[in-house]
Design a protein around this ligand. Sequence first.
Ligand code: SDX
Length: 434
Amino acid sequence: MENKTKPSGSATLNVGDKTLELPVLSGSVGPDVIDVKSLYAQTGMFTLDPGFTSTASCESQITYIDGDNGVLLYRGYPIDQLADNSSFLETCYLLLNGELPSKAELDDYTHTITHHTMLHTQLDRFFEGYRRDAHPMAVMVGTVGALSAFYHDSTDINDPMQRMIATHRLIAKMPTIAARAYKYSVGQPFISPRNDLSYSENFLRMCFAVPAEDYEVNPVLAKAMDKIFILHADHEQNASTSTVRLAGSSGANPFACIAAGIACLWGPSHGGANEAALNMLREIGSVDRIPEFVRRAKDKNDPFRLMGFGHRVYKNYDPRAKVMQKTCHEVLDELDKRDEPLLQVAMELEKIALEDEYFVEKKLYPNIDFYSGITLNALGFPVEMYTVLFALARTVGWIAQWEEMTTDPTQRIGRPRQIYTGATERDYKPVSER
Ligand code: SDX
């Protein structure tokens, strides 16, 4: 990646008897940054920013978020335009290469990904090692981490060809692995991928077909699945992407880094929120119980939070949530489930929350996870699979960010410091003296 920040002045910092001039850098859009790389060398001090609320960890040219205005761009293209006009594989090409492909480039990329969807047959035996009731995310973490034990020939991160093959394998095989995680959990036989189907058609068929009868993919549902993948594909330096970057900064192979990202995404504050949001809607159960839960969400003494609400960056409506809500209605209409009770609860909960001064004052809006659960439930996925689908889609974003970091000439191993408040040096005491 070519460094494209531009010097745009300096910030003066008075520390003790020293006055520092720290460089201010500008990007193409968004907040400027104060370059504090030299701070420790010049002052012997660190900055402190738990949660990284004011810290840029890297330069990137992939995804831009304007949280105050609810803007999300993949390589400059607004998420709603991509969701409405692109396909997931075309979006993968864009995120990885920086430009939309020509028809020939897209056909070639689609052919490549299509011909990497099969799994090494020994991986089928690998699945047999899991308990049937294992959470599918546990299966994903374990199986993706194990890919480096099956695909040794694409683990050398210094070989551009091996990095490209690993990228193709991960994007192509995630649907096959995810579908197998689901089939294994319900005790049904694995369904092999088919090369005559699109990425999302293939995934739905591998999940829901059974050998006992033919399976026709519903094109409306396949389009909705593809749109859901586009919405989840990348999201700047979120927790799981930062995990992938930090793991990659040590030189770990791409399969291990993506497994680390999956593990981080699983948390209910992050990708696990779609599963938690649907469970919350089920727990609320009916519109008349909403006030009780809104009260609990506002009660500082109650750990309950409205899952699918709030965001570290978006202090406005998550643009993905708007597209997800529209997709939710499309799926429910197609399946004749317009009167789905969970949707009634979700829409009334959204209305009440957006009018409540607690949520208004704290700028808490629905995020991508609020409507995704209802949509995935209507598509036939069990709630345990929701974060698996998030991980499937986010794999391309993780890989694009990992590739950008790996090829960044300024990249060094990530090694944060701390402010230490533990015991100062003291001598060991024999147990007889304690
Ligand atoms: C994703 O980073 C990304 O980009 C992530 C993601 C991606 O695509 O990668 O967008 C995907 O993870 C979306 C977020 C999914 N998580 C949830 O829906 C879980 C519920 N949301 C919250 O836990 C919370 O909003 C976070 C974790 C999303 C954001 O947490 P922050 O930025 O650390 O904010 P905070 O916890 O400091 O909250 C600020 C205030 C607090 O009140 P005060 O202490 O200031 O009085 O808002 C309150 C919080 O108590 N608050 C909520 C709330 N979210 C925040 N109160 C009730 N319900 C909520 N959902």
